[in-house]
Design a protein around this ligand. Structure first.
Ligand code: V47
Length: 358
């Protein structure tokens, strides 16, 4: 353990065994090491943004066991927002001062690519100041298979229609055997990484998530982080601006889905994983404690354990709140600022690519 701590202090890259070994450190030693790295990178800043989530439909061809948001066609709770409804949400977002719309849909086979791209184009034309963060790699893979388009073609159309960056969803856990149990039939790990790589090759930026606290092991989490670190090395090596901006560990929410008997993740395990992410992902600038899955209180504590971001105000959150998270109604900027400032840190409103907004 002494050697491992030395290696971290000397900023040496950690291998698989060393990364996994970090879980054996006590929480406070680990947290202090991660905090040191966080302070070097970001000082006492805590980043947040003003955003609005838009989920055009919950009607889904896939049946991921962890998901409480998706609905089958014959389920009376299934919905698909109209073009006008989506435009109205975007207008409200802009009028409410949001900088970003985060648009993620279930894999609805009845929505044609022209409709999806038409919405992005219309939002960009009418509200050019809104950054469009849209389409997970899982959605891109689904559209590609369903409508016979290559990944390159889907990505080209995203760029043409005004999508600015990609969200990090759909990554779940990369280990193939766990993935098979959780979300068989959805985008493979290899293709999730390939799609982000193609996006980065265009000089574009994206995020990466990891869903944890279900049936995965600690080793699976480390494997997940190392695959992201590997891709980020390649993307940064191109030097064209394409990269992952943030790593977002999502705490699995346990209600209303098809995974049974899962003990909710402890706060200690959450904080250890945030700290380990900060130390292992030496090439990803930001570690986001997404308040919707961790609670805002724990997201704030995570700011002393390696994280530097709490995500955004959201507006109306549907995915995690369907599975029990207390995130349905979003947050006010004033609450973020008050919490961050009273914790002795500096609240920094950012845009979607981490440029600071005065
Ligand atoms: O990929 C689904 C997750 C994700 C559950 O890029 C669940 O800035 C917890 O990716 N418990 C979508 N999580 C959300 C997402 C995201 C969120 C915030 C910011 C960004 C970003 C991306 O939601 C899915 C899936 O892993 N999810 N069900 C659940 N029961």
């Amino acid at each position: 353990m002494k050697n491992l701590v030395e290696k971290i202090k000397n900023k040496k890259r950690l291998n698989y065994d060393e990364s996994l070994g970090l879980y054996e450190l006590d929480l406070y030693t680990l947290g202090a090491l991660a905090n040191e790295r966080r302070v070097e990178l970001h000082g006492n800043k805590v980043f947040y943004n003003l955003n609005r989530h838009i989920n055009p439909s919950n009607l889904c061809a896939d049946t991921c066991k962890f998901c409480a948001f998706s609905a089958h066609r014959k389920n009376e709770n299934s919905y698909t927002l109209s073009f006008d409804e989506i435009m109205q949400i975007a207008q409200n977002a802009q009028e409410g001062g949001a900088d970003e719309v985060h648009i993620v849909s279930a894999h609805n086979p009845f929505i044609k690519p022209d409709e999806t791209f038409g919405i992005f184009r219309a939002i960009k034309e009418k509200f050019p100041s809104l950054h469009i963060k849209a389409m997970t790699a899982a959605e891109i893979d689904f559209m590609s298979r369903k409508f016979n388009l290559s990944y390159e073609q889907v990505i080209e159309r995203m760029c043409e229609s005004g999508v600015d960056s990609m969200p990090g969803g759909g990554a779940e856990i990369f280990d193939e055997s766990v993935r098979e149990q959780l979300c068989a039939g959805k985008v493979s790990s290899e293709n999730w990484l390939k799609i982000h790589s193609l996006w980065h090759q265009k000089g574009r930026q994206s995020n990466a998530t990891m869903l944890f606290g279900h049936i995965e092991s600690r080793a699976n989490r480390i494997d997940h982080m190392l695959r992201l670190r590997g891709l980020q090395d390649e993307s940064l090596g191109r030097n064209n601006g394409g990269k992952f901006n943030a790593f977002i560990p999502l705490v699995y929410q346990t209600q209303n889905n098809y995974l049974e008997g899962i003990t909710p993740l402890s706060s200690e395990e959450y904080l250890k994983t945030i700290a380990i992410a900060r130390l292992v992902l030496d090439n990803i600038a930001h570690i986001k404690a997404y308040w919707a899955t961790s609670t805002l209180g724990l997201a704030m504590v995570a700011q002393d354990f390696g994280s530097d971001d709490i995500d955004g105000t959201i507006g109306h959150e549907r995915i995690q709140s369907a599975a029990g998270a207390k995130s349905k109604t979003g947050k006010e900027q004033s609450e973020f600022i008050e919490l961050i400032e009273t914790s002795g840190k500096r609240a920094v409103r950012r845009d979607s690519l981490y440029n600071e907004i005065a």
